[in-house]
Design a protein around this ligand. Structure first.
Ligand SMILES: Cc1cc2nc3c(=O)[nH]c(=O)nc-3n(C[C@H](O)[C@H](O)[C@H](O)COP(=O)(O)O)c2cc1C
Length: 245
């Protein structure tokens, strides 16, 4: 495919994606739409490739109904063919850092690591524990904050190493996976609505999520009805949000 066609096609997909608030409840959505979109979401970028997110696919009528109630009964949730709960799993950092390091080691096939590979291993095995480790009272986070901001007085420094920053990092990556998911659904001619107007505490309980998990957003998926899109697409002028330096 020519680059121009790919670019036009991508713009069409972006145009197609709207926040849809009313789905056709009589339409039977093929199984593979969400499956394909989830596989595409797996390719979304994630901080340090840790993939600290999960997607929980809700298809059964019983759970969907309960979940729609926890999405404050929003029309999008009540009429969706499926609901997908995007969740962050910051608590999995250790397991994922280990997984990445093991992948790097196994790619060596017994050969000595070069400097670049040694750097990558040090990143996952030494820097990651420093970056992600925290105690429940965030005392470690406070000392990391002091240390990094002191260093930051003298040179550029990565400063996002406390508990809150770790949560933000996980939510950023989860949102990128969510957007990749929604664009993939749009590419299949179907529709979505991202929702954060939800009760995350009750959703965690409903899906039996562990303490370390946080609800990032719930995505309603289905086929739009003629009233599915509430109005024209409104955006502030580009110069309000895009700056060129
Ligand atoms: C993080 C996030 C949370 C959102 N939460 C809701 C929501 O709870 N309910 C809803 O109807 N729309 C929700 N939206 C959709 C936005 O209102 C919508 O994307 C915006 O108005 C722009 O419209 P468009 O997506 O059709 O271009 C959310 C969007 C994002 C990105």
């Amino acid at each position: 495919m020519q680059d121009k066609n790919r670019s036009e096609l991508f713009s069409e997909i972006v145009e197609h994606r709207r926040a849809v608030r009313d789905f056709d409840t009589t339409h039977s959505m093929p199984e593979n739409i969400v499956e394909q979109a989830m596989n595409d979401a797996l390719l979304a970028p994630s901080s340090s490739n840790l993939q600290l997110w999960e997607m929980h696919r809700v298809k059964s009528d019983g759970v969907k109904e309960k979940l729609a109630h926890l999405c404050m009964g929003q029309g999008a949730a009540k009429t969706a063919s499926e609901l997908v709960v995007v969740v962050t799993r910051k608590d999995k950092w250790k397991e994922r850092a280990k997984w990445n390091a093991e992948k790097i080691r196994s790619s060596l096939n017994g050969e000595e690591p070069n400097e670049k590979i040694k750097g990558a291993l040090a990143y996952y095995e030494k820097l990651m524990p420093f970056a992600y480790f925290n105690d429940p009272l965030n005392i470690t986070g406070f000392f990391k904050y002091l240390l990094l901001n002191t260093i930051g007085l003298f040179r550029p420094t990565v400063r996002r190493l406390g508990h809150t920053e770790g949560r933000i990092v996980a939510h950023k990556s989860a949102a990128l996976a969510a957007q990749t998911f929604m664009l993939s659904v749009a590419a299949s001619g179907y529709d979505t609505c991202p929702m954060e107007g939800v009760d995350p505490v009750r959703i965690k309980r409903l899906l039996k999520l562990p303490t370390g998990a946080e609800v990032n957003m719930v995505i309603a998926v289905g086929k739009r009805t003629s009233q599915g899109v509430y109005g024209p697409r409104l955006r502030v002028e580009a110069n309000q949000v895009i700056q060129t330096w």
